[in-house]
Design a protein around this ligand. Structure first.
Ligand code: HEM
Length: 417
């Protein structure tokens, strides 16, 4: 840096960089966003998942572009073109596996990323909008994954699409018409596949990219939370920098690379050694072409949707089941306003919050498991119990976060070298 006030007077450099910096603020961007951006120094492994979500997003975009070069949309061509990609195209098996398994990896990473926010109260003020952008990303991701799943036109693609689209028929008055409008036909058909292709490949990725950009701008505006839930901007040293902050580069760029290393190792183990992951990441029924005359048993959506699917099936009345499914997703949007605790991090909360977070965690995982199982009486009854656990986390939150006996939050973050 040529000057003492690095943030405001960035070295423009000489030669080509000097020329470029006069026309595009490259050095200023690097300085503002990396070198002079102070992040809390107590990030733990839970803070890996944001950068990992970015990595998986890029991986899905790149592998998706290559798949689109060979995939042939259409009810008579789609399944065979995916077979062709896996068997004949050079490294096609790898590209297709990366993309299909990458979808599951995306949800693993995003669920852990969201769970971190629950633990450390990252959705609370001043990060409400950051959280809302995150939730819109989550919705877009669910739409993207659902439509992508239909594209190989395997038997589970066909039946999952049929079941999921039919949920819309429970909407009073407009439901049946809406279902036909979504499908573009009287059943899930070629028209449905074509529009899902267009949405999956063009529309939703654009929306996702825009939302991720907004998510990051909002993050930069308020700054990261941390495992102690202390606002580091409120405690600045004489140099004007947060006393509990460290420059993002090199500290967190290097730390994030460690996360990337771990993630890619695990991901490679799955891709090369256990690609189907016991039928969770690739289902057996999807290695057969779509067949409207043969229903797979049981019809289950991908594992990342099954908590909601279990809630849907837990209620005998289809309309109420669909409403609860909707509420189960929407409930997350309201967290910033349901939580009335004066502290953010679980570290300083009392038994009430810790207990309810445990109830939520167990319920979510149990519902995930139950949604993969057939709708037999015992599974459905268990799903009812866990659905109550799931909703009580949200509905009772204004009460138990008020009653909770919180600990006093220290002035400085806890940091062990
Ligand atoms: C494509 C998906 C996503 C990407 C690429 C992404 C990216 C990131 C990145 C890079 C960070 C900063 C690093 C970190 O804190 O880990 C971050 C923070 C955050 N994200 Fe996301 N995110 C995604 C989805 C979501 C979703 C679905 C939610 C919640 C509904 C969410 C909520 C948050 C919150 C609350 C923070 C601040 C956390 C804190 O400072 O403690 N994000 N995100």
């Amino acid at each position: 840096m040529a000057s003492n006030d690095a943030a405001s007077q960035v070295n423009q450099g000489a030669g080509f960089m000097g020329w470029l910096n006069k026309r595009l603020p490259v050095n200023k961007f690097i300085s503002d966003q990396l070198l002079e951006y102070y992040a809390p120094k107590n990030f733990n492994v839970w803070y890996f998942f944001g950068s990992l979500a970015l990595l998986v997003l890029v991986m899905q975009l790149v592998s998706g572009i290559f798949l689109t070069m060979f995939y042939k949309v259409g009810d008579t061509t789609a399944f065979e073109s995916v077979e062709f990609i896996r068997r004949e195209v050079s490294y096609g098996w790898l590209i297709q596996s990366l993309h299909a398994i990458g979808a599951s990896a995306f949800f693993v990473v995003v669920y852990l990323h969201m769970y971190r926010a629950l633990m450390y109260g990252s959705y609370k003020a001043p990060r409400e909008l950051l959280w809302l952008f995150g939730m819109f990303i989550y919705l877009a991701l669910m739409a993207e994954a659902f439509m992508g799943y239909v594209l190989p036109w395997g038997n589970m693609s066909y039946w999952a699409a049929t079941v999921i689209i039919n949920i819309f028929s429970t909407i009073p008055v407009i439901g049946p018409g809406l279902v036909e409008w979504i499908r573009g036909d009287y059943g899930v058909a070629d028209a449905t596949l074509n529009r899902f292709f267009s949405l999956h490949v063009v529309a939703i990725p654009l929306i996702l990219l825009l939302l991720v950009a907004l998510h990051l701008v909002a993050l930069r505006q308020v700054g990261s939370n941390n495992p102690d839930g202390i606002e580091i901007k409120e405690n600045k040293g004489s140099d004007g920098k947060p006393v509990d902050g460290i420059p993002f580069h090199p500290y967190y760029t290097v730390k994030d690379i460690v996360g990337v290393g771990f993630f890619l190792t695990l991901f490679a183990v799955v891709v090369f050694f256990v690609p189907t992951f016991g039928g969770l990441f690739m289902e057996e029924a999807n290695f057969e072409p779509a067949n409207p005359l043969s229903t797979p048993e049981p019809i289950a959506p991908s594992w990342y949707f099954t908590p909601y699917y279990a809630i849907l099936r837990a209620v005998p009345n289809q309309r109420i089941g669909a409403l609860l499914l909707l509420l189960a997703v929407l409930a997350f949007f309201f967290l910033p306003w349901l939580d009335r605790s004066p502290v953010k991090s679980v570290r300083y909360r009392g038994l009430w919050f810790k207990g309810m977070l445990a109830v939520f965690t167990v319920s979510f995982l149990a519902l995930m498991y139950l949604g993969l199982k057939p709708a037999s009486a015992s599974y459905v009854n268990a799903a009812r119990v866990f659905a109550i656990g799931y909703f009580s986390f949200f509905v009772l939150m204004p009460l138990y976060t008020k009653w909770d006996r919180v600990k006093s939050v220290p002035k400085r973050v806890s940091f062990h070298e």
